[in-house]
Design a binder for this molecule. Structure first.
Ligand code: ADP
Ligand code: MG
Length: 322
């Protein structure tokens, strides 16, 4: 069973950044207005997420480490229909199978919180604890018991890059939540709650201040909102391009092409525009490969979506006379 747990864990937790993503999404699900992330050794030594969300009772806390105990999904359409991220009920169980996890959690109506220490799926410690409302989960020594996986991890700079990317994706989709990221006691990000445009500047820097063009499009098929960068902010490197579908980050070369196409004549052909675009689509028109780490999806009517994205961006650029 321990082995089965470890194998299943590998599906969900491929590297420190995938654990971080699950943990941050849980904090968002828990209604947190502030989420602090602490990283040591690119997440190989520590991934800690502290939130001020609703916390867990002792029973919930124990349950949260049990596989499928909390699964909320019934059919694959639910995946996109549901508002919350939680749909598999196995992220924490998976993480705890391959790490040493210390959780402190408290609900506001309780006097004391719960401290749980779980190592390789085994609860090693459980006691009442004085702690703030919300949840702190510290994941230590990821893959300590799966040497092959541990050795498979990339260098600290590479793993840290993945961590920053996941952090940025979640932070972008919730500008109303305060997020911070510390690495080895150095603060990399402190993002105050605000509007999406402020969040973008907070993440990507002041060079985007005043350089963002609002994009909004409303059709029966798809709603689009977000920002695209002015042509002068286009770069040779890919990377600062974000699509979210129903608030989940996705990768789509097809839609990237739609945006690039809207910039035709405005930027050189070897340059890529900046964009952060949120698409809202009826979940029944989306086809997603139900895999924990998949960020790719298919749309029933992708040509319509392509043309709405293209014309939405084109219109935004034109309206702003850039
Ligand atoms: P899922 O999110 O798919 O339900 P997870 O393994 O990610 O599964 O989390 C299991 C459960 O633990 C969640 O459903 C939630 O009830 C609880 N939980 C996890 N993290 C938090 C948190 N930060 N605050 C409150 N509850 C949490
Ligand atoms: Mg979850």
């Amino acid at each position: 069973d321990a082995i089965a747990n470890q194998i299943a864990a590998g599906e969900v937790v491929q590297r420190p950044s995938s654990a971080l993503k699950e943990m941050m999404e849980n904090s968002v699900d828990a209604g947190a207005t502030e989420v602090q992330v602490m990283i040591k050794e690119a997440g190989k030594m520590l991934i800690q997420v502290i939130d001020n969300g609703k916390g867990m009772s002792l029973t919930d806390a124990r349950m949260s480490f049990e596989r499928h105990a909390t699964s909320k999904i019934r059919k694959s359409e639910d995946l996109f229909a549901i508002k919350t991220f939680g749909f598999r009920g196995e992220a924490l169980a998976s993480i705890a199978a391959v790490a040493q996890v210390e959780m402190k959690t408290k609900q506001s109506e309780e006097e004391l919180g719960t401290l749980l220490f779980v190592e390789g799926s085994e609860v090693k410690k459980q006691e009442p604890v004085v702690c703030p409302d919300g949840t702190s989960i510290a994941v230590k020594n990821l893959f300590y018991n799966v040497p092959a996986r541990r050795n498979f991890l990339k260098s600290n700079p590479v793993e840290m890059k993945h961590i920053v990317e996941e952090f940025q994706r979640v932070a972008l989709s919730y500008p109303e939540i305060k997020f911070s990221l510390m690495q080895n006691d150095m603060e990399l990000f402190r993002l105050n709650p605000g509007k999406l445009s402020q969040r973008i500047v907070g993440i990507f820097g002041k060079n985007y201040q005043g350089k963002l063009v609002a994009c909004q499009e409303d059709t029966p098929h798809v709603k689009i909102k977000g920002y695209v960068g002015k042509p002068e902010n286009a770069k040779k490197s890919r990377g600062e391009q974000y699509f979210f579908v129903n608030n989940r980050y996705i990768k789509s070369n097809y839609l990237h092409h739609a945006v690039s196409n809207a910039y035709e004549g405005l930027i050189a052909s070897d340059q890529h525009p900046f964009y952060v675009l949120f698409l809202e689509i009826d979940p029944s028109h989306i086809d997603i490969n139900v895999h924990p780490t998949k960020t790719e999806i298919k749309f029933d009517d992708e040509r319509t979506i392509y043309s709405v994205v293209r014309s939405g961006v084109k219109q935004a650029l034109g309206a702003h006379n850039v």
